[in-house]
Design a protein. Structure first.
Length: 443
């Protein structure tokens, strides 16, 4: 399709381009734009069907949006902004440079500018910062016919019509009613008779990650946002919740890899910023690793007695780190999904101890046989075997306890992932190894 589109653009067959774009999904536009030059992008955008153009604009990355805004006339820009929802407009403003923001605000009417400024005041990562203010509100004394009439009038201007919100004269939220219930109700039935008064709601200052989790827990497509006086100020929709979860997953992956999270994508982040985001953690981990080296130098007598002891250090350290990483990954995931809570700390620890014993016995047996066959050294086999048991037990314990303690201290459990766990376990494994060697060898 892209090749055909480029050919039509080169031949300036714009009517054929418009026809080709009929019925295209807005989510496919960004990938098409990646194959076009800047001039072609502007032309294609202007030829998009009106209903697709607004949705496509929201799907584009911030750089592409900025280029389009600079290329569009004031009238065209106003037309785009009129067709996108308020939460998307706020997101757009937060991403754009000051000169572009001025153009966007100039294109808004005074009432929308005031609303935008109010939404921008909410703390970053709060429910208020991701909510939309466009929704359908009904009154308790409305009949279902009146409710349907209002939905028809407002439907094009709101993000979701599947759930309507029942408000008092002072805009306090008293119930919700689904479009399905309204349509299936008999004529003459009042909204108050079919509305649900037992519903999920969130406050404007609630953390966006907690909001996203509620969508998963309650299987909602939208959740109302209320202020301190229970007045409805907006709604969060499922698409915003998915965006939040995606952001949180990306952030957790970076933290688990000992990288300071970046708001930009990989290619948009400069080489300098990539390096800066990684250097601090690498320095901390490197300095921490020097303790392991210090421990090793204190056991030179053990090396002298059995030089082959050195050969097993990498295996023991790697095994400990891997065991700790397995536990921490499962616990961090459980904490993120609200499956595991701090009150479960001893229950989780006891489970991991039992897992560690079973894993340790299996690895003990394998290495014991291997060392006997390869080196014919019973003492060495016991030293390595007992070290594995101790290291795995400590690694599994740290892997489950540290993320839970981080959560209790209001820190992100993801920081207690593989790099941190491995660094601590490395020192512990070497300490255990040489202490066991000293006891068994009688040095």
């Amino acid at each position: 399709m892209v090749e055909k589109l480029q050919k039509l653009l080169e031949e300036k067959k714009y009517s054929d381009v418009h026809e080709l774009l009929e019925g295209i999904n807005s989510a496919d536009i960004p990938s098409i734009f990646e194959e076009l030059d800047e001039e072609q992008i502007v032309i294609v955008y202007r030829l998009l069907p009106k209903d697709v153009a607004a949705d496509a604009f929201v799907e584009l990355d911030s750089d592409m949006q900025e280029k389009l805004i600079n290329a569009l006339t004031d009238t065209e820009l106003k037309s785009v902004l009129d067709d996108i929802f308020m939460d998307d407009t706020v997101d757009l403003i937060e991403e754009m440079p000051a000169n572009v923001v001025k153009r966007i605000l100039r294109a808004q009417n005074p009432a929308d500018r005031k609303l935008i400024n109010e939404l921008l005041k909410y703390p970053e990562d709060s429910a208020g910062s991701i909510m939309t203010t466009e929704f359908i509100d009904l009154k308790e004394n409305m009949t279902v016919e009146e409710a349907i009439d209002k939905i028809r009038k407002m439907g094009d201007d709101v993000e979701s019509i599947y759930t309507c919100y029942v408000l008092t004269m002072t805009r306090k939220l008293v119930g919700i009613v689904s479009l399905k219930d309204i349509i299936l109700a008999k004529n003459g039935v009042f909204v108050k008779d079919i509305m649900d008064t037992n519903f999920v709601k969130i406050s404007t200052l609630e953390d966006q990650e907690e909001v996203a989790k509620k969508f998963d827990k309650y299987d909602e497509t939208s959740i109302p946002v209320v202020d301190n006086e229970n007045r409805l100020v907006g709604i969060v929709t499922i698409d915003d919740a998915i965006d939040v979860l995606q952001e949180e997953v990306n952030e957790d992956f970076e933290k688990m890899a000992a990288i300071t999270p970046s708001e930009d994508t990989y290619f948009k982040t400069s080489v300098f910023k990539h390096a800066r985001n990684r250097i601090l953690w690498l320095l901390v981990l490197m300095i921490s690793s020097t303790f392991t080296g210090t421990i090793i130098t204190n056991y030179e007598n053990a090396f002298a007695a059995i030089p082959i002891l050195v050969a097993f250090i990498p295996m023991l350290m790697d095994t400990g780190g891997n065991c700790g990483s397995q536990s921490s990954t499962l616990i961090i995931r459980g904490l993120a999904n609200d499956e595991i809570h701090f009150k479960d700390i001893f229950k989780v620890w006891w489970k991991e101890i039992r897992v560690a014993v079973l894993v340790g016995i299996a690895l003990f047996a394998f290495n014991f046989v291997r060392i006997i066959i390869q080196y014919n050294n019973m003492k060495l086999a016991f030293i390595v075997g007992f070290t594995l048991l101790g290291t795995i037990t400590i690694a599994k314990s740290l892997g489950c306890l540290l993320p839970m303690l981080a959560k209790k201290l209001k820190l992100d459990p993801a920081i207690m992932a593989a790099p941190i766990i491995s660094t601590i376990v490395d020192a512990c494994s070497v300490l255990i190894y040489f202490n066991i060697a000293v006891v068994i060898l009688g040095i």
